[in-house]
Design a protein around this ligand. Structure first.
Ligand code: BG6
Ligand code: MG
Length: 215
């Protein structure tokens, strides 16, 4: 089946915001009295803000009230936004814009499929919003990855079937979501983590329109 649309996760695929999420969660962990490691952070990739907080609290062995959770998540997001506002367009990951341009030249649609509620802000800061025909983010979905909702909505809004779309993901939960939605998936990262993807590459310098057509 010909590929007519590509759906991109944002954090860790288009831009390396994962490091800023990590720094903000680490700061929250420190304030709550425990260390949050980079290895722990792997568990938060692709996971919604509130679910991430639950995992963080589980790692710290803490139980807090719903009200305290809301306050903690807000605080984490404020710290995260401080990092985001300092981001520069050169933080777009290598090869991404070149690949977007190849898709445009081949009339392949581009969608965003992100769990982040900050997605549009990030696209604005990076000045790349205009590349996207469709944006589905953490504000428009009710079910988190590995549920395929974010990607099925993306395909529907592009007017395409799942079989006509390819998803690009760096998180295990995201690859699962793509497969649960019946879509082909390119994993961006490590083979061991993303083994369910149809192909895994380290980044877009290793992937071009010919590789896409061969999927
Ligand atoms: C995902 C990230 O894209 O978005 C997660 O991989 C993050 O780490 C999630 O928790 C939600 O992001 P935000 O910006 O709404 O807090
Ligand atoms: Mg991601």
């Amino acid at each position: 089946m010909d590929i007519k649309g590509c759906i991109f996760d944002l954090d860790g695929v288009v831009v390396d915001t994962a490091k800023y999420h990590y720094l903000a969660w680490k700061k929250l962990g420190a304030e709550l009295g425990f260390d949050f490691t980079e290895q722990d952070n792997e568990r938060l990739k692709g996971v919604s803000r509130m679910r991430s907080l639950d995992i963080l609290l589980e790692i710290g062995g803490l139980t807090i009230s719903q009200e305290e959770k809301e306050a903690a998540a807000t605080k984490k997001n404020e710290w995260y936004l401080e990092f985001i506002h300092q981001m520069q367009p050169d933080e777009i990951l290598p090869g991404v814009l070149d690949f977007f341009n190849q898709l445009k030249e081949n009339n392949i649609k581009i969608a965003l499929g992100s769990a982040s509620k900050n997605a549009v802000l990030i696209l604005d800061i990076l000045k790349i919003k205009d590349y996207f025909d469709v944006i589905v983010d953490g504000n428009s979905v009710s079910k988190a990855k590995p549920d395929p909702e974010v990607f099925t909505q993306g395909a529907e809004k592009m007017g395409l079937t799942a079989a006509e779309c390819v998803v690009f993901e760096d998180a295990e939960a995201g690859v699962e979501a793509a497969k649960n939605g019946g879509m082909r998936c390119v994993g961006i990262g490590e083979q061991e983590v993303l083994s369910q993807a149809d192909v895994v590459v380290s980044g877009f310098t290793e992937f071009n329109i010919e590789n896409l057509k061969a999927l």
